[in-house]
Design a protein around this ligand. Structure first.
Ligand code: S3P
Length: 429
């Protein structure tokens, strides 16, 4: 276990950084490259532990993948290029690897076994195993396929029209990926729009994707053609520095090349509504995704309500939004966010318990949390509980606490942001 100590910044954060590549897009670039025909090249890949788990699994499925920092080359040989693995596929801490790979394996005529860490073992898998079984795939696992370890014997599947109860890009993507190798048409509709990187990237790989409001469909039998993919900066990683700059006195930070996909950019809307002084500039496209440079400075903030369709657009940013809300005048209410309970940790519990230790006025609700600001936070010993985003949210809080914040299990941060602490240091030079 690694313990990191973070101290209050007496001078502000200043400078320019480029946050690492988007995690969701990096996973998909590798997976889609693995089932495509030809050589796919990826630049800006996130070499964090989760995406490295994806590479490791697809290598075990017989795909040649070379990774050199942010550059990856994948020798795709089409769907049939995937071979029955002789080893267990270890997904580590990665929900995206688990669920999207299940969608791919569901149609492969061989046996495979998936396992992950303690956190993965608690995460609900029935949301994908149930529809994939309905399509005809043979999936088994602990508690009748609800949890890892899971085993898959794929085969001929048929398309379904699936109505998902949750707005989840992992569910949507798993079913659509299986649909690409199933008979007939497969469609998924969701209660609110979740991130649409799968839809965008499948189109880039030459697949026909039909989108009608909250429904997406694909026809079976489609082949992916190898591509060059440019991965934008991860807005979910940028969120930590957007919040840090807004709350650390005397700060002005520019983040370059941040992904601004509208299904992901809820954090920008929240900061603006809270009254942050920020500027979104140089909006452009990179690899079919909108990106921009963002400058933000220390701001006086007010509490707001965050709920409804906005939630899927910022679900991963809620831990650090809670930190932000402790520094906003008045009440911030987060509702409709029960999905937080099934992330790497139960993030309603972990955010509330750890911020309370720092003196925040925060209370858990059934579907979110209520934060009263503005509060002076103090130092304490906290834990990430093995959840990268909890670890980083605590580190950002530590930049403004009287007294230091000691973060246990800080090694989890390498899951999505291996150079997080280097970036904090760079902005203090
Ligand atoms: C992701 C989707 C989201 C998100 C996760 C990454 C993806 O999960 O929280 O970090 O890459 O598709 P859900 O699909 O469970 O909402």
């Amino acid at each position: 276990m690694t313990v990191v100590t973070v101290n209050k910044k007496e001078v502000g954060l200043n400078g320019t950084i480029r946050v690492p590549g988007d995690k969701s897009i990096s996973h998909r670039a590798v997976m889609f490259g693995a089932i495509a025909e030809g050589t796919t090249t990826v630049e800006g890949f996130l070499a964090g532990e989760d995406c490295l788990s994806t590479i490791d699994c697809f290598r075990k499925l017989g795909v040649r993948i070379e990774q050199n920092g942010e550059n990856v080359t994948i020798e795709g040989k089409g769907w049939d290029g995937l071979k029955e693995p002789s080893e267990i596929l270890d997904v580590g801490n990665s929900g995206t690897t688990t669920r999207l790979m299940l969608g791919i394996l569901a149609t492969r005529p061989f046996h495979s076994v998936l396992i992950g860490d303690d956190s993965i073992a608690k995460r609900p898998m029935a949301r994908v195993t149930t529809p994939l079984r309905e399509m005809g795939s043979h999936i088994d696992g602990r508690e009748n396929g609800q949890f890892t370890p899971l085993s898959v014997r794929g085969g001929q599947t048929k398309g379904i029209a699936y109505e998902s109860k949750v707005a989840s890009a992992q569910v949507k993507s798993a079913i659509l990926l299986a649909g690409l190798q199933s008979e007939g048409v497969t469609s998924v509709s969701e209660p609110a729009l979740s991130r649409d990187h799968t839809e965008r990237m499948l189109e880039a790989y030459g697949v026909e994707v039909k989108r009608e409001g909250l429904k997406v469909s694909v026809e079976g039998g489609q082949v992916l053609k190898a591509q060059h993919i440019t991965v934008p900066g991860d807005v979910s990683s940028a969120a930590f520095f957007l919040v840090a700059a807004a709350i650390v006195p005397g700060s002005k930070v520019t983040l370059q090349g941040v992904g601004m996909n509208p299904t992901r950019s809820g954090i920008v809307d929240v900061l603006l509504e809270m009254g942050a002084t920020m500027n979104v500039m140089n909006e452009r496209l990179a690899g079919g995704e909108p990106i921009a440079d963002i400058t933000i400075e220390t701001s006086s903030l007010k509490g707001i309500e965050i709920s409804g369709d906005l939630i899927p657009r910022l679900i991963d940013e809620i831990p650090v939004i809670a930190v932000l809300a402790t520094q906003a005048e008045g009440k911030t209410v987060i509702r409709d966010a029960e999905e937080l309970k099934v992330k790497e940790t139960n993030r309603i519990d972990t955010v509330v318990s750890e911020l309370k230790k720092l003196g925040a006025s925060i209370k858990a609700t059934d579907d979110g949390m209520i934060i009263e600001g503005k509060t002076s936070l103090h130092g304490a010993s906290v834990s990430s509980y093995g959840d990268h985003r909890i670890g980083m949210a605590m580190a950002i809080a530590g930049l403004i606490t009287e007294g230091s914040v000691e973060i246990e299990r800080s090694e989890a941060i390498a899951v999505s942001y291996p150079n997080f602490f280097e970036h904090i240091e760079e902005l203090q030079k």
